[in-house]
Design a protein around this ligand. Structure first.
Ligand SMILES: [Zn+2]
Length: 257
């Protein structure tokens, strides 16, 4: 499946999914319309479908403008978020299946960043919105640590070869934080080097492979003994169940800059 990463706003990404045979396209989280339309026009693609991961304006803000140009857009989203995203035309439930051309996809409800955040699993691609980032995860604006930990667990159970397309370019800062928690983790160091090279040339670090996230993303590593030992020594971690570790890591990341 061909996916084009489209930088939007300051550090957002929208994603265009291309059907080469029919010259049609879908877009995930168009925060603004013009960068998406520029890519579509350049490649002679007609937009047919929009995917919404959650209701924040920096993910759905461009849909109104796209509707003025493209008729009959199919707008896919989570049924429980239809009040906050009234433009949805095709509401799916948790685990709900859809077809994008001849590829079967599935929506997973992944609460944490917002109550009704979802991710889309399509072929070997997972579009994570603000639930998961490169080496990080979204802030808990509406959900609890328990919900977010469970949502990330669900993502972790996909094939390690799944490509993760995330909503913001935060990877470099996330890796600096990850390296602080796990100073001996060589996979984090290697990813830091690679990320520096990418960003120096303004290349997106999205997508990443789940396999790489499992080795470098502290929010997926809450059962790692070395990570827990660091938190006990430096941050008085009280209980070492995954939810408590997750909550502390999220709290520390909130004030890291
Ligand atoms: Zn958001």
């Amino acid at each position: 499946m061909k996916v084009i990463t489209v930088p939007c706003l300051f550090d957002n990404y929208a994603y265009i999914i291309v059907n080469r045979k029919s010259a049609e396209a879908a877009v995930v989280d168009p925060s603004e319309a013009w960068p998406v339309m520029r890519e579509l026009d350049k490649r002679g693609l007609a937009l047919t479908t929009v995917f919404c991961t959650h209701h924040h304006h920096d993910h759905i803000g461009g849909i109104d403008d796209l509707l003025e140009v493209y008729d009959d857009l199919r707008i896919i989203g989570f049924g429980q978020d239809q009040q906050r995203i009234p433009l949805i035309t095709e509401a799916l439930e948790d685990g709900g299946e859809f077809f994008l051309w001849d590829t079967r996809g599935q929506l997973y409800h992944t609460p944490g960043h917002t109550t009704n955040s979802v991710v889309y699993h399509l072929g070997d691609c997972l579009f994570t919105g603000d639930t998961m980032f490169g080496a990080g995860c979204g802030r808990l604006f509406e959900g609890t640590p328990r919900q977010m930990a469970a949502s990330l667990q669900r993502i972790s159970s996909c094939s390690p070869q799944t490509s993760l397309y995330f909503g913001h370019e935060y990877t470099a800062l996330n890796l600096r934080f990850a390296a602080l928690l796990e100073p001996d983790n060589q996979a984090i160091q290697a990813r830091q080097q690679k990320t520096e090279q990418y960003r120096a040339s303004n290349v997106p670090t999205s997508p990443s492979l789940l396999e790489e996230e499992l080795q470098t993303n502290p929010f997926l590593r809450v059962t790692e003994p070395k990570l827990m030992a660091y938190l006990k020594e430096h941050h008085a971690l009280q209980a070492d169940d995954p939810e408590s570790v997750f909550a502390l890591v999220r709290e520390l990341r909130n004030t890291f800059s």
